[in-house]
Design a protein around this ligand. Sequence first.
Ligand SMILES: C[S@@+](CC[C@H](N)C(=O)[O-])C[C@H]1O[C@@H](n2cnc3c(N)ncnc32)[C@H](O)[C@@H]1O
Length: 230
Amino acid sequence: MLPTPHVSCDYDKVYEPSEDSFLLLDALEKDRAFLTQFLGSQGVNLVCEVGCGSGIVTTFMMQNNIPSKYSIYVPTDVNPWALESTVGTVQRNECGQRFFSPVRTNLVHSIREQEIDLLVFNPPYVPAETVPAVPQDWELDPTKVASEQRPDDWLDLALLGGDDGMVVTWQLLNNLDSFLSAKGVAYILFCARNKPLDVVKHMQEQGWQSELVEHRKAGWEVLSIYRFHR
Ligand SMILES: C[S@@+](CC[C@H](N)C(=O)[O-])C[C@H]1O[C@@H](n2cnc3c(N)ncnc32)[C@H](O)[C@@H]1O
């Protein structure tokens, strides 16, 4: 079993690694050989973890050459504290010489279309009345907005996924074709209330291949991770 990265963040502002984060690590470990074969062990791959939070997942991939030692890691988050934490987590763990450039953006909107080879997303998946709004002027002065934002707002943004807990996930899945490279593959986490079988059926109807990689009961939640590729 591959070691879990050491993480130490301010969990009042950044999502604390939980069962969902650890299930994602297990899925990536399980699929390590598949990914190396699918994406190739020699070429440069662009890896984007959307919503990197503490940075535990990106650090795990960097430490373990997932998908290869030539990968470029560009994690994103809307929460500025998450990006700061991700940099700290990468520094705290032995990641070797890796190209690593975190970006503050909504989903993957600052990344050129059809460039991402490996996309990983543990989204805000808890069903809720609404998805909390992202501060609108965050691009102008992120430090100011971050310090004025109440910590609860950032944690709400990490958890609450609107209708069926799927609003943010659908924003990603509906645009997967323009986000992923031709050989790209995405790993997405769902809870049972997201109705993942319905999601998979819809994606398959759109021409995507979908496979269940991991599945686990975590407290009263049942979590699953599906892999999507063309
Ligand atoms: C459930 S947490 C997962 C954190 C981390 N990846 C993990 O597995 O521990 C969801 C993360 O997504 C981020 N997030 C929420 N909406 C987002 C969006 N539209 N674009 C990018 N990141 C987003 C949150 O700030 C939070 O860090």
